[in-house]
Design a protein around this ligand. Structure first.
Ligand code: ADP
Ligand code: ZN
Length: 227
């Protein structure tokens, strides 16, 4: 069983890396942000509550987050393990998690803030299948159209300059400090998020003691929820 948490500033590619790892090792990718976006898109009761926080780039209140994480982990639909993406993000969430769950490692992707900002500003998302693009590194074949399904590419509502600033500030002030706590428990594996996705992935596997040769050049990309 492999149970990982993946952390990193917004734009560090943690979602992409989590998907690549989950696909090859048959792990379940659990993205708290994706779960919230699903609720917003489907206009659930929770979705109407979290929408404003998300749009402004603020953290959703801890009780709601803990609820979502607990409900998701209670499903227990993995055979080989999971990669939890987007949790914990502050001290209270870290405590809740460490008291209730066991994990094997926390993968921390590092990226300087100016690089993170540039990546978020060039990020686009398919409005129908959720596949993500980057106008610098991962361009669609036809401008503004999804390669996978032909859907229209849009900017994430929380990728505005104000929301980006707020999210990075929260990461620096609230999330970063919990990395020190996890470091004391010797759970952290740190990787440089600056190179391209395949290189970051290979380094991550090497550091986790997983077979690195499974990374294939330009691994096939999966839309959200397809894995
Ligand atoms: P990013 O890492 O770029 O912020 P995510 O998709 O992981 O993107 O999360 C999107 C939004 O969902 C966050 O800005 C926040 O509003 C909310 N969110 C996700 N995870 C958490 C969490 N652990 N605690 C509070 N809010 C969260
Ligand atoms: Zn698409």
């Amino acid at each position: 069983m492999r149970k990982y948490i993946i952390m990193g500033p917004q734009g560090s590619g943690k979602g992409t890396q989590a998907k690549m790892l989950a696909k090859d090792f048959d792990l379940v990718h659990i993205s708290v942000g994706d779960i919230f976006r699903w609720h917003v898109q489907n206009r659930t009761k929770l979705g109407t509550k979290v929408q404003r926080y998300m749009k402004e780039g603020r953290l959703v209140p801890d009780e709601m987050v803990a609820d979502v994480v607990k409900t998701r982990l209670d499903i227990h639909d993995w055979r080989h393990g999971f990669v939890l993406d987007g949790f914990p993000r502050n001290g209270a969430q870290a405590e809740f998690f460490l008291e209730n769950y066991d994990i094997d490692a926390v993968i921390a992707i590092e990226l300087p803030e100016d690089a993170a900002i540039a990546r978020m500003q060039s990020r686009r998302l398919c409005s129908s299948c959720g596949l993500d693009y980057n106008l610098i590194q991962l361009r669609p074949q036809v401008a503004e159209v999804c390669d996978n399904c032909g859907g229209r590419l849009v900017t994430r509502p929380d990728d505005t300059p104000e929301a980006i600033r707020a999210r990075l500030r929260d990461y620096r002030e609230k999330t970063q400090p919990i990395l020190d706590l996890l470091r004391e428990k010797e759970l952290i594996v740190t990787v440089d998020g600056t190179p391209g996705p395949d290189i970051v992935q290979a380094e991550m596997r090497r550091r986790l003691g997983l077979a690195a040769e499974m990374v294939e050049e330009s691994a096939e990309r999966q839309p959200v929820g397809a894995a």
